[in-house]
Ligand binder design. Structure first.
Ligand code: PAN
Ligand code: ZN
Length: 183
């Protein structure tokens, strides 16, 4: 049985000093995600996770620190995933920076919501989710989800997202992803 606990989070930097897992994703981990082939192997994002049991009765949570940058005209983004158990929902809360949350269903519907300080995003079951940093500072957000959700990265690796976020005349623009293949 999980006992009550608290964990401090630095909401400016996103760091959870007592995180159980700290993941680092580099350009090489996202090689096929961008339209263009990335140069070099910069860090794109870090994830700080606090482990609780992977059960429907628990709520794992953590932060993501998505660095500013672009590959060609496409902004840095996370790999993106469906939850293995498709019905499992998630919430994001923006802490600092500015970005977009792309969401998509397997049959190709999509939605785009802002990630910014003080805004809560609700990701319903069945919607893949990928965050994109459209600003000059790190995008920092908190995430919490149903414990038995699991993470399916393969479907996004294979199909992509229906849209991409690119810079056009200094502003973020949502464009169709020519490489997208619905399941
Ligand atoms: C988030 C993501 C995190 C990193 O905690 O896992 O932002 O993105 P990827 O997992 O797509 O690399 C979440 O949605 N958890 O379920
Ligand atoms: Zn998720």
């Amino acid at each position: 049985m999980t006992v009550p606990f608290s964990r401090p989070i630095d909401t400016a930097t996103g760091a959870i000093p007592t995180a159980d897992v700290v993941l680092e994703r580099r350009l090489s981990d996202l090689a096929h995600a961008f339209a263009e082939t990335p140069d070099g192997d910069d860090v794109v994002y870090r994830v700080y996770n606090v482990d609780v049991p992977a059960a429907a009765s628990d709520i794992p949570f953590g932060t993501t620190v998505l660095l500013p940058g672009k590959v060609g005209d496409e902004y840095f983004m996370t790999k993106g995933h469906f939850h293995e158990v498709r019905s499992r929902a998630e919430i994001y809360i923006g802490f600092s920076g500015e970005g977009l949350l792309l969401m998509a269903t397997e049959d190709g519907r999509h939605a785009v919501e802002p990630i910014r300080p003080g805004v809560v995003n609700y990701v319903p079951g069945g919607w893949a989710h990928r965050s994109v940093n459209t600003g000059p500072e790190p995008l920092v957000f908190f995430a919490a989800y149903v414990g038995d959700a699991g993470h399916d990265y393969q479907t996004i690796d294979a199909n992509g997202f229906p849209v991409r976020v690119v810079e056009r005349e200094g502003e973020p623009a949502i464009v169709e992803n020519a490489a997208f293949r619905p399941s």
